[in-house]
Design a protein around this ligand. Sequence first.
Ligand SMILES: [Zn+2]
Length: 144
Amino acid sequence: MQYPTLYMHEWALAESIILTVLNESKKKKLKEINEINISIGELQQIEIDIFDFAIKEIIKNYNNKLKNVKINIEIDESTLKCKICKNIWKFSDISKDLNNDESEAIHFIPEVAFVHSRCTRCKSPDFEIISGRGVSITSIKGKR
Ligand SMILES: [Zn+2]
């Protein structure tokens, strides 16, 4: 099977997650890793299906410690905060007011969110994204 270059990002990310997990497991002296919990920001530009597939493929190269691992991927909902009135709202609250094209653009290019969005209370365009970006390993479970 050939993997298009378009998805290199997901593969590189999946690999770095596995390497981080293996590093952590060494520090904690785990002989076997049973569970990896990963949080992905809603605004992060990642194809979840490809990322999930990539992780499972990469794991096959490390079949000792990771042969019984369960991968849980959780989507971290994006939250925005107005810099003027300190109002906090969720990206999902505003995305339903956008047309499909805008919604797509925001999903794949987070920065576009700044152009189309306004504070839900004072209508100011001056806000920051306080969650829903980035990828993190929230926990690793295993046996010593
Ligand atoms: Zn506001």
